[in-house]
Design a protein around this ligand. Structure first.
Ligand code: ADP
Ligand code: MG
Length: 232
């Protein structure tokens, strides 16, 4: 559904991604794991159009993507950014309303669908988003992404800054939208073990290069991978 072919990204003299090829098939959860500075955010920003690629190509449903990022959102590529970036001073409902690309048309049904999926957000729709717990804020960030009727949702380190028990809930939430809505997911994480456990296929990114890739369950059980990335 989404394929990157030999993509490179640089910032001046700094090469952030070098010759990266990644496939995200429809309905699957694909993860990219890597430590700080590996190039994870650059990868997502290249796909969403926030940074320009230096070479290579990105195809979505077999076609080249339009250059501007809001056009890519319309095509169905939506990003849940690092640090969630919800509007803390606005209510839960206001955060959802401003995320609707169609303005107010069809908004009510879409909101009801989202409050069905996340009853906690429905109970708190008039509460300021900044006063939600970390896990609820992540839930709101996911809900906001769903407002755009995405075909693929990309998560940039959703576990960052959350307590382990909340991380579990967030990963479960990702699994739920994958299963219930057949949503295609590209998950970027430092938390290698949990990302591999959740996903179907996994790429390991190091210093802008794909070091290893494979079926997630196989990688999880591979002693070399365990030693290098899973603290075994
Ligand atoms: N806007 C930028 N200007 C210059 N260098 C950048 C910029 N953004 C990221 N980098 C560099 O690119 C590399 C990859 O960064 P990034 O994609 O943010 O990694 P990650 O998300 O895996 O931590 C790092 O060396 C980082 O310092
Ligand atoms: Mg990052």
């Amino acid at each position: 559904m989404l394929s990157l072919k030999n993509v490179s990204v640089s910032y001046g003299y700094v090469t952030a991604l070098q010759d990266i090829s990644i496939e995200v098939p429809k309905g699957k959860i694909v993860c990219v794991i890597g430590s700080n500075g590996a190039g994870k955010t650059s990868l997502l920003n290249a796909i969403s159009g926030l940074v320009k690629i230096k070479s290579g190509e990105i195809l979505f449903e077999g076609e080249k993507l339009p250059p501007q990022s809001h056009h890519r959102v319309r095509k169905g590529i939506v990003q849940v950014p690092e640090g969630r970036k919800i509007f803390a001073g606005l209510t839960v409902e206001e955060n959802l309303v401003i995320a609707d690309p169609k303005g107010y048309k069809g908004l009510k049904e879409k909101q009801d669908e989202i409050y069905n999926l996340f009853p906690i957000l429905g109970q708190r729709k008039h509460q300021q988003a900044g006063t939600l717990s970390g896990g609820e804020q992540q839930m709101l960030a996911v809900a906001r992404a769903l407002m755009a009727n995405p075909k693929v949702i990309m998560f940039d380190e959703p576990s960052m800054g959350l307590a382990p028990v909340i991380v579990k809930q967030v990963f479960k939430l990702i699994k739920t939208i994958n299963e219930q809505q057949n949503m295609t997911i590209l998950l970027i994480e430092q938390n290698a073990k949990q990302a591999m456990a959740l996903s179907d296929y996994c790429y390991v990114l190091e210093n802008g290069i794909i070091k290893t890739e494979g079926d997630s369950k196989e990688l999880l059980n591979n002693p070399n991978i365990q030693k290098a990335y899973l603290g075994a």
